[in-house]
Design a protein. Sequence first.
Length: 438
Amino acid sequence: MLAAMSASPLSPRSPGDACARSSGDACPGALRLHEADDGALARIRIPGGVLTPHQADALGLAARRFGDGELHLTSRGNVQLRGLGADCGAELARLLDEAGLLPSARHERVRNVVASPLSGLDGLGAADVRPWLTGLDDLLCTSDGATALSGRFLFALDDGRGDVDALGADLTLLGHDDGGHGDGSALLRVGDGDDVLRVPASGGPRAALIAAEAFLDAARDTGAWRVRDLPDGEAAALPAQVERRLREAGFPVTPDRRPRPLEALPPAHGPVHGPHREAALSVGVPLGRLDPAQWGLLSGAGGLRLTPWRGAVVTGVAPDRADALLHELSGAGLITGPGSPWAGVGACIGQPGCAKSLADVRAEAGAAVGPPGRLPVYWSGCERRCGHPHGEWIDVVATSDGHRISHVRGDRTTGTVTVRDDPPALAAAVATARGTHP
């Protein structure tokens, strides 16, 4: 049964975000576990999603030894371990530290950095963000001031293609094409505005850290966790404050303008074509959940770059091995090309893992899977809508009245209907909203 509702604006922040520091930062980390309904939860920050085979093996071992065996990918390219025993913290930390996944205990929850996952692989983009990634992480982990950033604050390193620029980070560095003149430049975006600051590319990471320090000063008396949480006056003044600090630090700064793209497009699934001798493969992970066999196959295939779309790019694959590996990954249930019914389908953890969830949305999403739709769909167990995508998508939220289905584009929702306790009707309504073609 469907009930139509009027269009309404969508809150510009995720309902799960705190807008003021009325309590301590409760974001889980690798050292601060969160107690969930299915046991303790650890969130391991992986800047840029980049993992060596050794580090990937260590994460798989940690999941098997201490948790439910599965690895859960997040919308920031991080990894969550669930079903952990309450007393495993010290052993888990030791294992992660030995694998190089905890470079600083004081900073481990502020290492929130997403990066263009295909940067340096496919020959596209205006810059290779890997030096920025290494540089920014080093600066974060050696900055006393950075420890004051919340576990929600997000940096994005975009090579110029606009993929992670669309994710709504607090601070974004963008590759900029200078037409081959000079050493190149970077564009620094502060918050959601279209105005950017052009700085030398080599100084991009330091410029981002200076901007983060400016945010912390602006947020001190406001209680804001993120740039979007600042009162309007402070948010509007922040880019100018950042520009002033950069000039004081000796940066040549040029104000510029670059609209933020609306769509955050993930890498296409399948082989990654580029100018390199080694091959790379992009795969999707249904609902972002990897069992031990799937993770073992990925971690043994080469280097990994986990993506903010709950997928992975396997790097360093021998060209004569690529086709066979792609077939193995497909056989293991991963998304390896167009046409998969799981393409574009996401969900929060839902019941039974989350006490706030009103439904087992992962099971419901699986039951409703059908031919691929034009738009992605995200299933949420409650109004917080944890981990929802950005840009344009179909929003399915469990409520006390059933499931509310809306078309989200930017900060607006349209076409909202509610389906009450009828699985076939729910699946049909979702397919219609996604623009699915049989």
